[in-house]
Design a protein around this ligand. Structure first.
Ligand code: RIB
Ligand code: CA
Length: 306
């Protein structure tokens, strides 16, 4: 079944890998990309998305600029993980393309109305753009088939604090607003995204002929693995955002549980942490395990097809 998706992201290395995966995953039709400040400043994120789309000759995919700051607090970027420019400090040619000259809320709302009921909204960055869409166009999410969010950490430690995952921590007010929506929601938390590594060996299997794109993918992933090796002595990286694309493409790859979840927006120590709470009405299909080998085969195939 072909899934129409809109991707809201903060490119960011694994967001770029999610874009590359989505554009070569047969079951995915990527309608557009909105950029949110997160791993990198929003202007860097826009430039990164445009330059990667040009690198792979996919200038047909519209990119729109979204929020430059979270709803509350200050922007915390992740240069150590993703590079100062959000693209492993790789300098691709300045993009010829420009972003769509609309704000992200109006762009997303327009696309959701056009594809009403037959489109998933996939969010792999801080949820500021999705929360702003909700605020400006309260009825917009009525047109969303599924809201698929990469974020949160439930039974595993966080990655920005011991309790909180980065996307939720970066904008707790937005995260809280999004998980409360009526939209059928699939959550892809650290519980599943940190259950395996994409290793240097996996990378070697992907790199075939020496092409511009292969060289880019190699440099991007080696930088990403370099962070994990330097700080956590791991020989691999986590494919957080590509797993959100996999959930959109084929959620049967995952073991999910219907969870009643609450984001802490108050206590400074556990700000952004995700807790189970019986009194919450909405249940969220939460991914806890994935068929790793099946996913990796599809992910690698998508990269090898560039
Ligand atoms: O915690 C992992 C998430 O935060 C990923 O989406 C990564 O790109 C960063 O945005
Ligand atoms: Ca991301």
């Amino acid at each position: 079944m072909i899934r129409n998706i809109l991707l809201d992201c903060d490119p960011g290395i694994d967001d770029v890998l999610a874009i590359l995966f989505a554009l070569n995953e047969p079951e995915i039709n990527l309608l557009g990309i909105s950029i949110v400040a997160g791993n990198a400043r929003v202007d860097d994120g826009v430039r990164n998305a445009l330059s990667v789309l040009e690198l792979i000759d996919r200038e047909d995919i519209p990119v729109v600029q979204g929020a430059s700051q979270p709803f509350s607090g200050r922007l915390i970027t992740s240069a150590l993980v993703h590079g100062e420019n959000g693209l492993a400090n790789i300098q691709l040619p300045r993009p010829r393309m420009s972003p769509v000259s609309m704000n992200s809320s109006d762009f997303l709302n327009e696309k959701l109305n056009e594809f009403s009921g037959d489109v998933d909204l996939v969010a792999t960055g801080p949820l500021t753009n999705v929360a702003r869409l909700l605020k400006k166009h309260p009825d917009s999410l009525r047109h969303v088939n599924r809201l698929i969010i990469m974020g949160g950490a439930i039974d595993v430690p966080g990655n920005i604090t011991p309790f909180a995952e980065y996307n939720f921590f970066a904008d707790v007010i937005a995260a809280d607003a999004c998980i409360r929506t009526e939209v059928p929601t699939i959550l892809v938390p650290l519980d599943v995204t940190t259950s395996f590594l994409f290793t240097s060996k996996d990378l070697q299997e992907v790199l075939g002929k020496k092409t511009k794109i292969n060289n880019f993918i190699e440099r991007l992933i080696k930088f990403y693995i370099g962070f994990e090796r330097r700080f956590y002595h791991l020989d691999g990286c986590f494919l957080h955002d590509p797993l959100a694309i996999a959930a959109a493409s084929d959620v049967s790859l995952f073991e999910t549980k219907a969870e009643k979840l609450h984001v802490n927006t108050v206590h400074p120590l556990t700000r952004g942490a995700l807790f189970r709470r019986k009194s919450v009405v909405k249940t969220i299909d939460t991914c806890f395990r994935v068929k790793k080998d099946v996913f990796l085969k599809r992910f690698k195939k998508s990269l090898m097809n560039y």
